[in-house]
Design a protein around this ligand. Sequence first.
Ligand SMILES: [Zn+2]
Length: 133
Amino acid sequence: MPRPHCQRRIAGRPRVQVFKPRGVAMNELAEVHLQADAWEALRLCDYEGLDQEQAAARMGVSRPTISRILERGRAAVAKALVEGCSLLIDLPADAVQECADCRGSWPGPAAHVRCPACGSCRMHLLLNPADRT
Ligand SMILES: [Zn+2]
């Protein structure tokens, strides 16, 4: 029986979801998709400088899992940079937004900056990892 997958916690929120090379029309570019969990792993490890153990704890996954997610994210970013593709950050429609303080949750990736129930600003996304790494 396969091990049950834990949901992945995404605390950050991409300010921009699409990057493209300047001077080339979007419809002329190949697209590279960066999944939200890979964006979070890149944010935690390569931007904030956490080690993989710390990042894994923040996302609620194991260290080997964060390593695989990071590898996938770095490969996607490298492909976009080297091949001059557009880079799209995917926020899955089946994500659930949860308040870290009162644990209230709302379906969908729509951004509540503050919790509608308690007013907390500690909101994160929960992703179902099925069919991801
Ligand atoms: Zn709340």
